[in-house]
Design a protein around this ligand. Structure first.
Ligand SMILES: [Zn+2]
Length: 144
């Protein structure tokens, strides 16, 4: 399975099903569209990204009332970000689509030149598997 390294808190927001778009400067390879990829949480983070995530969440990036559990988990993750997993594969997602647009596709999409990787059908790993991340899409060995 291919894996994508994403910094926290974005990685956890993806596998919780909160953040449905990953912004990248490069387009997803055609062969990965419709495929499931592993989401790897990078080892580094900075406070500005946590602040940015919280602002996006407040401005409409959180799912509706049908997802109160995810919302509570996200709020918890924000207040205690040291508890987020780092340097590990924390779940998977299907790359449903990759496109460029004005940012209207999702509250999490960055307006501009970035490519929007639409992620669906996420799963969260019960036991994150620690490993080093890499740039780009990289191959991760999975347990069966
Ligand atoms: Zn878009």
């Amino acid at each position: 399975m291919k894996a994508l390294t994403v910094r926290q808190p974005w990685a956890s927001l993806i596998v919780l099903g909160v953040k449905d778009v990953e912004n990248r400067s490069w387009s997803a390879p055609a062969g990965i569209i419709g495929q499931r990829i592993a989401i790897h949480a990078g080892k580094t983070h900075n406070g500005n990204e946590f602040r940015s995530a919280l602002i996006t969440a407040r401005w409409g990036g959180l799912p509706g009332d049908d997802e109160p559990n995810n919302t509570m988990r996200w709020i918890h993750a924000w207040w205690a970000n040291r508890d987020l997993p780092y340097g590990a594969v924390i779940g998977t997602a299907v790359v449903a689509d990759c496109h460029q647009c004005d940012g209207g596709c999702s509250p999490w999409a960055v307006r501009g030149r970035d490519w929007h990787w639409s992620l669906t059908d996420v799963t969260e790993a019960h036991d994150p598997v620690e490993m080093n991340g890499r740039l780009g899409l990289w191959e991760v060995s999975t347990h069966g």
